[in-house]
Design a protein around this ligand. Structure first.
Ligand SMILES: [Zn+2]
Length: 220
């Protein structure tokens, strides 16, 4: 299964990431895209600040259009203060949903700063949260899931929210920027992770034969 996944992603490099990165190089006025520019913001990206209440409404409406039950579970996170949202000194960076134990309830941590991607992150973590609530009745031994399954729920919640943000985009230009950034995220989720995997796989294979010096690591 892993080999099939890796082969499929490798085979798709030319028509997905290679094509996207050469388009992106053109948008940025470069001949070749450097590694550090892969995630550069596109010119004229929407930088409006989205208030927390609007983010909440966006995610709940998007969820509700798919399933009112799903939105109802997500709403509990807001009503019961299960989300640590604001940025403050000393707080852990990033975002996660922690299931704690099935007899309690999950907690979500985000660092909300009002960017479109922060709304998506909220939608992502609440996808985990809803899944964790629904998996709770399976009990402490059966509720936890492998990452592959866990990310299905969160990416799904995020896609629902992306769809609804896209539908309400103010013009075509904004829609294109949003789609470009979604493609970038998908490439990061799938292609980049496979390249990390491929790198580590090769390193471990060669390390079996002896020590690796930094130059060799660089070549790999
Ligand atoms: Zn996740």
């Amino acid at each position: 299964m892993v080999d099939a996944l890796v082969d499929a992603v490798h085979a798709a490099y030319p028509r997905l990431s290679h094509r996207y990165y050469s388009m992106k190089a053109k948008w940025l006025g470069l001949d070749t895209l450097m590694h550090y520019d892969r995630n550069a913001l596109l010119p004229k990206a929407d930088d409006r600040k989205i208030p927390w209440d609007e983010a909440k409404a966006t995610v709940l409406n998007a969820y509700s259009r798919f399933s009112p039950d799903m939105a109802g579970i997500a709403e509990r996170f807001f009503d019961n203060n299960w989300i640590d949202a604001p940025v403050r000194p000393g707080k852990a960076p990033g975002a996660f949903a922690h299931p704690t134990v099935p007899s309690a309830h999950p907690y979500v941590l985000v660092n909300y700063q009002g960017k479109t991607r922060d709304v998506m992150t909220l939608a992502h973590e609440l996808g985990h949260g809803v899944h964790q609530v629904l998996a709770g009745p399976n009990g402490a031994l059966m509720a936890p899931t492998p990452l592959t399954l866990a990310e299905t729920a969160s990416v799904f919640g995020k896609m629902l929210t992306f769809r609804s943000l896209l539908n309400s985009a103010k013009d075509d230009h904004t829609r294109k920027i949003m789609l470009a950034s979604k493609v970038k995220d998908m490439i990061n989720t799938v292609v980049r992770q496979i390249t990390f995997y491929t790198f580590e796989y090769r390193v471990h294979l060669e390390r079996r034969e002896g020590e690796l010096i930094s130059d060799r690591l660089g070549e790999i």
